[in-house]
Write a protein that binds this ligand. Structure first.
Ligand code: NAP
Length: 484
């Protein structure tokens, strides 16, 4: 089945930080892929902007290398690559100085929408917003895209929101969380609200518990100093995992429109109970088999930053009272995997007696490495010999139903950048959502600091510290195995 591509109108996109890692690995390849797919029209203008002294030709060479490295060979059609590169320009600009701003303003066309991607450190967001305003580029046709991290705590997130609000309306600000751009994350909404089957069961009466796991095999890598100031709670839970939790827990919005969806997500964050120390396990990976430990990676002797965290959360409202949400995320774990698992309750009475093989239904939404959705159901084991039960997956990976094209799922950045151009904010965090998430996170981190909490060590390649297993055992439950 051919997917329907609706082209967007021509636009001007400026990538501040256009020479950076994110532009190279994600933004430029994503733009190219949408250009190749015919969604971005040939009249687009993409302008890289940074302090490095490059000209257009050098920037095109940079983009060509990015495409060669990060776009699959089948999409690297020479004529399309040349046409795309021909739409790129470069301006030397200093976010904190006056260099380049007049030139940028001259390049922007009057009759198209303008998007400005702030792919620079957050300390420059205010400078960029101010200079866009000063140079007449913050009109109503302008949108700005801001990258994570959006603040380090509630106070800094508020300050950032206030700064951006001086120059842009909320409707012009796109706070990106690439988890929300994943196909399966949106499918979560389609499954919940596009079917009769699940929503009546989507509550504490029928759902036993929910697990959200984001496990990485890598360590902190080159991000050591940044990560050590942040930790798993700020880097993963406050933003990505909280957003996933909201999509699972929210009430049905009245419409699939940005504010209706974001209003419902905000209510979930506000309904989260405060956590006590017994609801949290923090961990830090140790050296193993020649692989350095966390302290070596961040070059510290006594850092107490967590590279792993497991949490038991409660959403205090009618729908979820009594159904815990267990979240865990960590680095240097056994496998790279991100998934949401919704475990339903056991049938109230088994007509088959106690049977090996009878297991509760589990709806698994896999985000990484391969996106897909599976529903585990109990059936009879085929063959004679009585009623023996087995658990089998009903695989809803889209490939079979939708054909091979469905395997070519656009990257989250492709979808999100196109949403910016279309002016659709549904998959972007609103300022009040971000602040509510920090308001919930801050006291947890403050508690660790006050108690001088030390993370538990865990072996690289494991499922995290032993205590995190206890977090569930205590409730008579088990984490799902961390496997790809
Ligand atoms: P990076 O590789 O360090 O790139 C930073 C970019 O900003 C460079 O193009 C740099 O170019 C430019 N820049 C720095 N100071 C500037 C100034 N005063 N004026 C104008 N341009 C300036 O960082 P990155 O990894 O691309 O990350 C960019 C943003 O995305 C950060 O907020 C980061 O947290 C976020 N992010 C990154 C990733 C990722 O995978 N990389 C993932 C999620 C979020 P010049 O030095 O030439 O000026």
């Amino acid at each position: 089945m051919a997917s329907r591509i609706i082209p967007v109108d021509p636009f001007d996109l400026v990538i501040f930080g256009g020479t950076g890692d994110l532009a190279r690995r994600k933004i430029l390849p994503a733009l190219y892929r949408r250009f190749w797919a015919g969604q971005i029209p040939p009249e687009v203008a993409i302008i890289g902007a940074a302090r490095s002294d490059l000209d257009d030709a050098q920037y095109r060479a940079f983009a060509r290398e990015a495409i060669e490295e990060f776009v699959s060979e089948v999409k690297r059609v020479p004529a399309t690559v040349e046409a795309f590169l021909g739409r790129l320009r470069y301006v030397v600009i200093d976010a904190r100085g006056e260099t380049g701003w007049a030139e940028l303003s001259r390049l922007m066309r009057a009759d198209v929408d303008h998007a400005f991607y702030f792919s620079v450190g957050p300390s420059l967001f205010g400078d960029l917003a101010q200079r866009l305003r000063d140079n007449g580029m913050a009109g109503p046709e302008a949108r700005i895209v801001v990258e994570k991290p959006f603040g380090h705590d509630l106070a800094s997130a508020r300050a950032l929101n206030r700064t951006l609000a001086q120059h842009f309306d909320e409707a012009q600000i796109y706070r990106i969380d690439h988890y929300l751009g994943k196909e399966t994350v949106q499918n979560l909404m389609a499954i919940r609200f596009g079917n009769m089957l699940f929503e009546p069961l989507w509550n504490a009466q029928y759902i036993d518990h929910i697990q959200i796991t984001v496990a990485e095999t890598v360590g902190v890598g080159g991000r050591g100093p940044y990560y050590d100031r942040s930790g798993a709670m700020r880097d993963m839970v406050q933003n990505h995992m909280m957003q996933l939790l909201c999509l699972i827990a929210m009430e049905p919005p009245s419409h699939f429109d940005p504010d209706a969806v974001r209003d419902e997500k905000l209510k979930v964050i506000r309904a989260l109970d405060a956590l006590g120390p017994e609801d949290i396990v923090r961990g830090q990976y140790c050296a193993d088999d020649g692989v350095p430990g966390y302290l070596t990676d961040v070059d510290s002797r006594d850092s107490t930053t967590e590279s792993f965290v497991a949490l038991r959360l409660a959403v205090s409202n009618w729908r979820w009272k009594g159904t815990p949400f267990y979240l865990r995320t960590g680095k240097r774990m056994r496998a790279r995997t991100s998934e949401i698992a919704i475990t339903f309750k056991e049938p109230p009475h088994s007509i088959f007696g106690v049977q090996k093989g009878q297991a509760p239904n589990v709806l698994v939404i896999k985000l990484q490495p391969n996106e897909g959705i599976t529903l585990n159901v109990t059936i009879k084991e085929p063959g004679p010999g009585g009623m023996r039960l087995i658990e089998v997956p009903l695989d809803m990976s889209f490939a079979e139903a939708l054909g091979p094209e469905a395997q070519d799922i656009p990257d989250a950045y492709e979808r999100l950048i196109m949403d910016v151009i279309r002016g659709n904010q549904t998959l972007f965090m609103r300022g009040d959502e971000v602040e509510a998430a920090w308001a919930w996170t801050d006291p947890i981190i403050a508690g660790w600091e006050a108690r001088e909490d030390r993370p538990r060590p865990y072996d690289a390649g494991s499922s995290g510290p032993e205590d995190s297993l206890m977090l569930m055992h205590r409730d008579g439950r088990r984490w799902r195995e961390v496997r790809p």
